[in-house]
Design a protein around this ligand. Structure first.
Ligand code: GLT
Ligand code: MN
Ligand code: MN
Length: 388
């Protein structure tokens, strides 16, 4: 039996805000004491994570003095050195402070938009200082409760203007940094602009430097929208845009749950892990989730270990799926080839189109043939439930 021990090559990362979450929710106060960024790095080292990510204000409080900031950075740097953890990704908090109550880059107020740019430039500097190569943009407040308040088209234009500005900033500084845009349909706003990964992918192509910008899809956010997460990830991957990924879990149609990876929809998690492993995704596997509010810090460690363990179990299941003779025989049967039809299924030519119009097809027979998917799916379930 495999050990399911996390190793650096698995690139398992956690945000400071994930294991550092104190369990507050809109109805209840924090249940866990504050842990400093350095303490959280030691916790992550203990459970075997590879890296740690942060928002500017997870590391340095928004009102810290320069001396306080230096002391925090020093302790954080030492913790990274002591544990060997790296910082693959950083991001900006553009949602907690009251100034962002009606958005940051999409605010109606130019002062707020300019402050958001200033804050993000400084946060980029901070991320790069600690080695981040990926910079995430999650516009939690970029949305509305009432659409009387803002032009949706204007909001898109403002977002584009901000990202173009920040791409130029990165180029101008000579930073080796890529942007990853993270979609979410709602919460904390009534509605958030660019609600899904698909919206983000379309938007990216309208930027001045699309090559610098990809996506950071999150399981829970696409499940909130009732979508098949793996399908969205596959589209991002196929477009060369899967720069980062946020792993967690979520029941559709509910509040933002941020559950431990694989704790809700094992089957969806399996197809996702199988996809990432089959295509050879090389980026970090970031667990953007929280421990249950019932837990103390021992429970937080259980939570973090659980995220990684489930990923590794599903990775092993994916390998078994790929090696299972019966499953593979079924797949071979399902994926029939027919060389005589290849001239008509590729690129268009007037001749092939004309010829295709005259090919006879046994429509009734093709429509009646069973496709063996019930058998295939049950074999998958047997495998996942451990009886195969
Ligand atoms: C926040 C949000 C996440 C984002 C983080 C990055 S912060 O916790 O719920 O999905 O990825 O800003
Ligand atoms: Mn996220
Ligand atoms: Mn989330």
């Amino acid at each position: 039996m495999a050990e399911y021990t996390p190793k650096p090559e698995h690139k398992f990362t956690f945000g400071l805000w994930t294991v550092g979450s104190r369990g507050a929710d809109p109805f209840g106060q924090p249940v866990r004491p504050t842990r400093s960024p350095a303490e959280l790095v030691y916790l992550l080292g203990e459970v075997g994570a590879y890296g740690v990510n942060f928002h500017d204000n997870d590391l340095i409080p928004i009102d810290a003095t320069p001396a306080e900031a230096e002391a925090i950075k020093k302790a954080f740097r030492k913790a990274l050195q002591d544990t060997g953890l790296v910082v693959p990704m950083a991001t900006t908090n553009l949602f907690s402070d009251p100034i962002f109550k009606d958005g940051a880059f999409t605010s109606n107020n130019p002062k707020v938009r300019a402050y958001a740019l200033q804050k993000t430039m400084k946060a980029i500097d901070l991320g790069v200082e600690f080695g981040a190569k990926i910079y995430v943009f999650w516009g939690g407040r970029e949305g509305t409760e009432t659409d009387s308040s803002k032009s949706a088209v204007e909001a898109i234009k403002r977002m584009r203007e901000a990202l173009n500005f920040l791409c130029e900033y990165v180029i101008d500084q000579g930073y080796e940094l890529k942007f990853a845009l993270e979609a979410k349909p709602n919460e904390p706003r009534g509605d958030i602009y660019f609600p899904t990964t698909g919206h983000m992918l379309a938007f990216i192509e309208t930027l001045d430097h699309p090559e610098m910008v990809g996506v950071n899809p999150e399981v829970a956010h696409e499940h909130m929208a009732g979508l098949n997460f793996m399908h969205g990830v596959a589209q991002a991957w196929e477009a060369g845009k899967l720069f980062h990924i946020d792993l967690n879990d979520q029941y559709p149609g509910r509040y933002d749950q941020d559950f431990r990876f694989g704790s809700r929809d094992i089957k969806a998690a399996f197809y996702l892990v199988k996809f990432l492993e089959d295509v050879g995704y090389q980026g970090p596997r970031h667990f953007d989730a929280h421990a249950y509010r019932t837990e103390d810090y021992e429970g937080v460690k259980e939570f973090a270990r659980g995220c990684m363990r489930t990923y590794l179990i599903l990775k092993e299941k994916a390998e078994r799926f790929n090696q299972d003779p019966e499953i593979q025989a079924l797949l071979a049967e399902i994926n029939t080839t027919d060389e005589t039809l290849s001239p008509y299924l590729g690129k268009y030519s007037r001749q092939s189109a004309e010829a295709l119009k005259h090919i006879p097809f046994d429509r009734l027979n093709l429509g009646q043939k069973g496709l063996l998917y019930e058998r295939l799916d049950q074999l998958t379930i047997d495998l996942l439930l451990g009886v195969r």
